[in-house]
Design a protein around this ligand. Structure first.
Ligand SMILES: Nc1ncnc2c1ncn2[C@@H]1O[C@H](COP(=O)(O)OP(=O)(O)OP(=O)(O)O)[C@@H](O)[C@H]1O
Ligand SMILES: [Mg+2]
Length: 269
């Protein structure tokens, strides 16, 4: 890393020390039977920050995200959200899973509304919001369709609406755009940034795409091979709001190159 970038990083870290923390992960370790999936991962995510986790397949990204979501538990270490230890799934968290698990017998609209039922909130009051979210991802015409009538990418878009329906403060997204074609993927990235900027959610975004991580994030954390540790952290100091044209610029491509090198180094290690 060049010295000037390091300086910026230190200045930002000092600033963020005073910003309230939305997500705090401390010394997490996860062992499945004999397999050590995660070793000593710590990270802080500030309120309203957008971070991405980049790392090779099988390194433990989904496992880490599920521990933050309260759907998986660490062998040791602690996760706190808004200063409260995570003991199970919570209302202030929305999750977009790597596989968009939709209930096959329910319409797209009723799948989007499912968390509202689980949270025992008045479903009727959320119907208009659900339709608005479906419109945002261009699925309004499929509100009454069953999941099997949708393509993989459409199902993934429906699952993004489901994660947003109860307006969670923290959004955890596990490779949400991996099933989308390149153009829709760019559109969704821009749309996600628009939602994030309008609602100031805290986002943790898992992706294999270096370009996507650099485009979306305030900060990208690179994870090494299993057992997962965080091997690099870089702040993306590109202006906001961001648009796809920015990905053609040198300033953007410098970040992409840095991240690629960091990933290559972790593969060799
Ligand atoms: N429930 C489980 N039981 C046993 N092993 C598991 C379980 N979940 C994950 N693992 C193991 O933990 C490791 C990390 O898995 P994880 O799904 O977190 O990886 P990932 O980084 O999300 O990979 P990908 O990029 O392919 O989605 C893998 O070796 C996997 O086999
Ligand atoms: Mg995964």
């Amino acid at each position: 890393m060049k010295p000037d970038v390091r300086l910026q990083l230190d200045a930002r870290s000092a600033h963020q020390a005073s910003v309230p923390c939305a997500v705090r992960v401390r010394g997490i370790r996860k062992i499945f039977d004999e397999l050590e999936a995660i070793r000593d991962v710590s990270l802080d995510v500030a309120n309203g920050e957008f971070i991405s986790l980049l790392g090779p397949s099988g390194c433990g990204k989904s496992t880490l995200l599920m521990m933050i979501a309260g759907l998986e538990f660490p062998t040791s270490g602690e996760v706190t959200l808004a200063d409260t230890p995570v003991t199970g799934p919570r209302r202030d968290v929305g999750v977009v899973f790597q596989n968009p698990v939709l209930l096959p017998w329910r319409s797209v609209l009723d799948n989007v509304l499912f968390p509202i039922e689980l949270l025992r909130l008045p479903v009727e009051e959320y119907r208009a919001r659900a339709m608005e979210l479906l419109r945002m991802v261009k699925l309004q015409e499929f509100a009454g369709a069953l999941p099997r009538q949708l393509s993989g990418g459409m199902r993934q878009r429906a699952s993004i609406c489901r994660a947003l329906i109860h307006d969670p403060a923290i959004l955890l997204m596990d490779e949400p755009f991996s099933a989308l074609d390149a153009i829709t993927r760019d559109d969704m990235a821009v749309e996600l940034l628009r939602i994030w900027q309008a609602t100031r959610k805290t986002v943790i975004f898992v992706t294999h795409s270096i370009r996507e991580a650099a485009f979306l994030s305030d900060r990208v954390l690179t994870m090494g091979r299993r057992p997962a540790t965080i091997v690099d952290e870089i702040h993306i100091d590109l202006p906001r709001p961001r648009n796809i044209a920015m990905t053609e610029e040198d300033s953007f491509n410098r970040y992409v190159r840095h991240l690629r090198k960091s990933i290559e180094a972790s593969h060799e290690g």
